[in-house]
Design a protein around this ligand. Structure first.
Ligand SMILES: [Zn+2]
Length: 246
């Protein structure tokens, strides 16, 4: 994996304008990970994918994350700040985890794999339209046996699925980033789920709009091409912008 150049990031952003969030972040990783083919990117577990997104975010916009959440008790808007190192569990670069795992619960024996972006898409696009977290778990079961006889993964009891859910969380801890918060207004304590995919794409959106405005100003003032301007370091672009406004 490597950092993206301004030109490459703009291309991914532009291409992603009509895509879903999932397609956008997978395209981002495909561009940043030339050593892995796009099928393997799609097959990364959610935690592996998000660990890579955290690394990209650090390279693009630094290691500090500032976000806000609303207190569920008094609705006060609470700002929180974290360093990427504090929320990154898996080391980077990450080697993809083994394809399959096994779990025995009571008389059930399961072979399963970790949920991927593709599984989430498949479950969300299910024709019934009322998908549950259990559907995602069932989607990851490769084979199921009961008392040594093959059985239907769709008919597993809830406690077996719950045990599978716990095991998947243990094996892929980066898949769910939770931030502990305390409300300064009412002292309520709770935790929020942090979605690096949505957060990073919103930042890329702002960055792209800012960058295009900068290109416009520099091109108008100096007659340089878009490529030349994007090839300048961000520091130089800022300095030249400052000179125009003098
Ligand atoms: Zn509060």
């Amino acid at each position: 994996m490597r950092p993206l150049k301004a030109m490459e990031l703009l291309a991914v952003w532009e291409h992603g304008l009509n895509q879903t969030l999932l397609e956008r972040v997978l395209a981002l990783l495909t561009a940043a990970c030339p050593e892995i083919d796009s099928e393997a990117i799609n097959g990364l577990s959610i935690g592996e994918r998000d660990a890579r997104l955290l690394q990209l975010r650090e390279w693009m916009f630094g290691s500090r994350i500032v976000n806000t959440a609303r207190c569920p008790r008094c609705t006060e808007r609470v700002e929180w700040e974290n360093r990427i190192a504090d929320i990154r569990i898996q080391p980077s670069p990450i080697t993809p985890s083994p394809a399959e795992f096994s779990l025995n619960v009571e008389d059930y024996g399961l072979r399963f794999r970790l949920p991927t972006s593709m599984d989430i898409t498949a479950v969300m696009n299910a024709p019934r339209g009322d998908s549950t977290p259990q559907d995602l778990l069932k989607c990851c079961i490769v084979s199921a046996r009961y008392a040594d006889e093959a059985c239907d993964p769709g008919s597993l009891p809830e406690d077996v699925l719950a045990a599978l859910g716990c095991r998947i969380e243990e094996l892929d801890p980066q898949a769910e980033i939770r931030i502990e918060l305390t409300c300064p207004q009412c002292a309520h304590r709770w935790n929020v789920l942090f979605d690096i995919a949505g957060f990073l794409w919103a930042e890329i959106n702002h960055w792209a709009e800012r960058t295009l405005r900068t290109v416009h100003k520099l091109a108008s003032a100096y007659g340089w091409s878009e490529r030349d301007i994007l090839n300048l370091s961000p520091v130089r672009r800022q300095l030249y912008l400052g000179l125009i406004n003098q």
